[in-house]
Write a protein that binds this ligand. Structure first.
Ligand code: COA
Length: 260
């Protein structure tokens, strides 16, 4: 069994709960957490006693508040493409997993957090959950598949609006738009709902469930959309606006972008 620093793994009655456990950083995804997610999902795929996965964030405030902005300052254009591609690969692994995966979104799901929730097969939100893609505030774009999956889930016009304005979406609105499957009053109720769904699915034919995942995923945009996203993410990381956006966030001030 692998050891985890940033995740908690608990199994009960064939359901694995994976909790992202960096509460003091609002569960922001650093590179270590992404690598641990890959290991955890490999473990899920290798273990046919696991019938379903619940993915959630520690605490009450956040599911995941994005990629770890502290690590962004070191990103240069060349490494940024790899950073994006590696994250995309782990998220694709979640999306393609034949074991059903439900995100229980218990607060902020921003940037990479919203992207991670969207890579899961379904999303159950608490009433206080908030979704958003605030990357352009940092002079960058979503780089873990968000430009593709948000468009698939809520449609082009709305996806453009949310990505361009960075406006956050509440749980009810997210449910109305199809980003979220169900809204529950709190985290305990959301976990209960996810457990009930996974228990129902766990009684169905596993091979058929896995093939439903494959066929539904085949509707999505072809791979070159993701490659274009990784290239565009990398290009943003070579700009002065990106340096300005990250510095402004770290120093808790308004960014002053120059378009260069
Ligand atoms: N990366 C790294 N650290 C993050 C983070 C992220 N994405 N999001 C939050 N944190 C850290 C904050 O820096 C802060 O750390 P500190 O206590 O050492 O200063 C801590 O988590 C708590 O966040 P804080 O901003 O103080 O909480 P808040 O309630 O005032 O605001 C948010 C909550 C989610 C609105 C705000 O944290 C935020 O805008 N986060 C960034 C979201 C984002 O842009 N994500 C996309 C990244 S690509």
């Amino acid at each position: 069994m692998a050891e985890f620093t940033n995740l908690l793994l608990e199994s009960s009655d064939g359901i694995m709960t994976i909790t992202i456990n960096r509460e003091s950083k609002l569960n922001a995804l650093n590179v270590g957490t992404i690598a641990e997610l890959e290991t955890a999902f490999q473990q899920v795929m290798d273990d046919n006693t696991i019938k379903g996965v619940i993915l959630t964030g520690a605490g009450e405030k956040a599911f995941v508040a994005g990629a770890d902005i502290g690590e962004f300052s070191a990103l240069e254009e060349m490494h940024a493409r790899k950073f994006s591609e590696e994250g995309q690969e782990v998220f694709r692994m979640i999306e393609e997993c034949h074991t059903p995966v439900i995100a229980v979104v218990n607060g902020f799901a921003l940037g990479g957090g919203c992207e991670l929730a969207m890579a899961c097969h379904m999303r159950i939100a608490t009433e206080s959950a908030k979704f958003g893609q605030p990357e352009v505030n940092l002079g960058v774009i979503p780089g873990y598949g968000g430009t593709q999956r948000l468009t698939q889930l809520i449609g082009k016009g709305r996806a453009l609006e949310y990505m361009m304005t960075t406006e956050m979406m509440g749980a009810k609105r997210a449910c109305d738009l199809g980003l979220v499957n169900h809204v529950e009053p709190d985290k305990a109720a959301a976990i209960q709902k996810a457990t009930k769904l996974l228990t129902t699915i766990g009684q169905k034919a596993p091979i058929a469930i896995g093939l439903v995942v494959d066929c539904v995923n085949s509707v999505a945009t072809p791979d070159d959309g993701y490659q274009m996203e990784a290239n565009a993410f990398a290009r943003c990381c070579g700009t002065n606006d990106f340096k300005e956006g990250v510095d402004a966030f770290m120093n808790k001030r308004q960014a002053d972008f120059k378009g260069e």
